[in-house]
Design a binder for this molecule. Structure first.
Ligand code: SF4
Length: 122
């Protein structure tokens, strides 16, 4: 990748989030709309069978599991992919460093990591 382009993206900082389109449970046969095989439901109007829940490629949920082939298609942009594992690894490291606890109700994970990293610098 062009060095200036890479620097500009990192300066933003640019991230690719763990969305349904990069998850192994998402099925997208035609376009950005698809279904998730990890969550089933009974449709109120059609009582034929249990269905996979409908989803959009850019959504996400806590059951995200990385699909290596899809992430691989990001090519040089893979380094901007923020996998949940990577985020939790950062939290674990920051916990050890600072002793601060994560509050699931009031904290966003990325904000919490940024706070922890600030504490770590002081
Ligand atoms: S992120 Fe959640 S909703 Fe989306 S495909 Fe994966 S498991 Fe399904």
């Amino acid at each position: 990748m062009d060095t200036n382009k890479l620097a500009a993206l990192k300066a933003l900082p640019y991230v690719i989030n763990p969305v349904c389109g990069l998850c192994k449970h998402g099925k997208f046969p035609n376009d950005d709309w698809g279904s998730c095989e990890a969550t089933k439901y009974d449709h109120l109007k059609h009582s034929d069978a249990t269905r996979d829940i409908s989803i959009h490629k850019y959504g996400s949920c806590p059951n995200f599991e990385e699909e290596p082939k899809r992430v691989g298609m990001l090519a040089r942009f893979q380094e901007f992919f923020e996998s949940p594992d990577k985020l939790w690894q950062e939290v674990a490291e920051a916990w050890k460093r600072t002793g601060k606890q994560f509050d699931k109700v009031n904290n966003r994970l990325d904000t919490f990591i940024a706070e922890l990293n600030q504490v770590g610098k002081k």
